[in-house]
Design a protein around this ligand. Sequence first.
Ligand SMILES: [Zn+2]
Length: 166
Amino acid sequence: MANKCIKCNNCGHVGWSKNRGNFLITIILLIFFFVPGVIYEIWRRTGLGVCENCGSDLVQPSSACTSNRPSDVGDLIVLGVLGVIGSIVVVVLYALADSGINAFKNRNAPAPQLSQRELEGSCLRSGMVYYQKQGQYPILGDGKTLALDKIQIDCKGSKDGKYKAP
Ligand SMILES: [Zn+2]
């Protein structure tokens, strides 16, 4: 942990050291890249820290500090809140990415294939409609052939489910 009593070799100041780096960078890293933000904040808190007067890292341990050691509990509260927000953001982003990928997959999926049985059934229905309109249902114009028999033969192996009138 930083926050140690140090003597600065740069300006001669004796006092409690500050964390290295910049808390703002931690916040930005946490928001956009959660894990590097945590690593950066851990790095900030290791070592002796930097001089609170001039920001130099040319410091050496000292026992001459007279004031009380400052608390960085405020930083920790902000970090805790950001950690919670960060994990929510990560979960939301994963959910969004997931639904985005699914939408993409569905868009590229081929139209559902009708089975041969369904195609022939559909052809049969349109064939019946056709002969009803022609006034040749249920018996064809020759007066002896059942329309349904002919439709069934014509629809065998139908590729598109439509009845093709002869
Ligand atoms: Zn200094």
